[in-house]
Design a protein around this ligand. Sequence first.
Ligand SMILES: [Zn+2]
Length: 82
Amino acid sequence: MAWELHSYIVNPDDQRIYLKHVFYGHSKDDCQQVKTEHLASCEYYRAAEAEGRTDDKWEAINDEDLPAVEGDDDDDGVIDVG
Ligand SMILES: [Zn+2]
């Protein structure tokens, strides 16, 4: 069992959701760890959390449904995720 933590950010101007982060992990703790690390570098998200404008939803997924890096097959210098 793996998890996705969907963290929606609400726009304070019109109260609509306009952005979502998704954190993946093999456990909820893994997801929380990724979230914590991202919060440290994402000023925008940190402000939204501090202002209570985020809404977190958990989704259980199969391990094989975690996004996997498939390597750079097409020589464009970008690692493909699928
Ligand atoms: Zn961010």
